[in-house]
Design a binder for this molecule. Structure first.
Ligand code: AMP
Length: 219
């Protein structure tokens, strides 16, 4: 058996969350989204959550030890045995090195097919996307008032739950998140290109157009 390891790179609001959730259902792999894992910790007021909140509220990365520990515990679970979809980790060169170590430890007796998929997008549209983003408090479904509005204002089409805006989806925090992305995460594109692991997709377009391009690179 070959284990499928897919990680996703791209700036905030590039569409990764929507596409990776769909891909996870399509391939029957778990969708591991570090932002949601961290927000769960915050909602449960765990020690990790209280620490993480200080960084998230400012648009900075949470410390590498904290996020690596959460990811390692999650990737060690039984449901990741044949593959996983990792959305939002790694987000820095240091985290990429951590992931290599975690995979090496967990994959001692398996062959893995590792791909880093980069969502290449025109950044000028992204701030407007961010401030119009809403998500379901119950099932996590993501909406956008610009191009994927719910049928009933404030209510999830899928489960009827209440929609909310993320606290860090304001213009001010979003700008800080873009700066963090440029400084910490963007260098990973070159890093994975050099390793021969990078697949780039044009992420400009409708959800359906990007989905088709994603399926093409997954093969
Ligand atoms: P996201 O939901 O992916 O936009 O992530 C929201 C916030 O969670 C980010 O702005 C960071 O503060 C934090 N975060 C998510 N993933 C990571 C990560 N891999 N490393 C550090 N911080 C992260």
């Amino acid at each position: 058996m070959i284990k499928t390891e897919l990680i996703f790179l791209g700036p905030p609001a590039c569409g990764k969350g929507t596409q990776t959730a769909r891909l996870a259902e399509h391939l029957h792999f778990p969708h591991i989204d570090t932002g949601s894992l961290l927000r769960n910790e915050i909602n449960n007021a765990t020690e990790a959550g209280i620490e993480a909140k200080k960084f998230i509220d400012k648009g900075n990365l949470v410390p590498v030890e904290l996020v690596s520990r959460i990811i390692k515990n999650r990737l060690a679970k039984e449901d990741c045995k044949s593959g996983y979809i990792l959305d939002g980790f790694p987000r820095s060169l240091e985290q990429a090195e951590q992931l290599t170590k975690i995979n090496a430890e967990l994959d001692k007796n398996v062959k893995a097919d590792f791909k880093a998929i980069y969502f290449d997008i025109n950044p000028s549209i992204l701030i407007d996307r961010i401030v119009n983003r809403r998500s379901c408090k119950d099932c996590g479904e993501i909406y956008n008032l610009l191009f994927k509005a719910p049928q009933k204002e404030g209510i999830c089409d899928k489960c009827g739950g209440k929609l909310a805006q993320r606290k860090d989806d304001t213009r001010e925090v979003a700008q800080a998140r873009f700066d963090t992305y440029d400084r910490e995460t963007a260098p990973l594109v070159e890093y994975y290109t050099k390793q021969g692991a990078l697949k780039s997709i044009n992420a400009n377009g409708t959800i359906e157009e990007v989905w088709q391009r994603l399926l093409d690179v997954i093969g």
